[in-house]
Write a protein that binds this ligand. Structure first.
Ligand code: HEC
Length: 111
């Protein structure tokens, strides 16, 4: 946790320069950098990775996490591999996934 807070503090200064995320580029990076391998093509999560769609993390925490995943279950993606702007694009893409339907709207679950 200390590491995450530290990188939040360091990341803050650089963040001012990040533009609004580009979802098309985010999609490309999500596929190219292998996020989908653990998190699924639509961020749905799976056996290897957490659910990312509709993440509640703000961009700065999302970026800090990807730079230094605390548990070791995920490889770190340092700034050399993905810039803050690229992560902002991935974030915008992940945020663009549709909400899952509530259980009450799935007929099979209401029989
Ligand atoms: C090798 C598998 C793997 C890959 C590849 C991977 N992740 Fe993860 N990710 C995980 C696991 C496992 C977790 C759950 C937390 C942990 O164990 O560290 C996680 C958690 C996360 C979280 C925190 C989710 C939350 O709400 O707590 C974010 C954000 C994230 N990953 C983003 C990414 C992005 C962006 C990429 C691609 C650049 C990526 N991950 C690639 C395995 C992976």
């Amino acid at each position: 946790m200390k590491t995450v807070l530290l990188s939040l503090a360091i990341g803050g200064a650089a963040f001012a320069q990040v533009k609004a995320g580009d979802t098309d580029n985010g999609k490309r990076l999500f596929e190219r950098n292998g996020c989908y391998q653990c998190h699924g093509h639509v961020g749905q999560g799976g056996t290897a990775g957490a659910r990312l769609a509709q993440t509640r993390l703000p961009l700065i925490a999302f970026t800090a996490f990807v730079r230094n995943p605390p548990s070791g279950g995920m490889p770190p993606f340092r700034a050399k591999v993905m810039t803050d702007q690229e992560l902002a694009d991935v974030y915008a893409y992940v945020k663009s996934f549709p909400e899952p339907k509530p259980a009450k709207d799935i007929p099979l679950l209401n029989q």
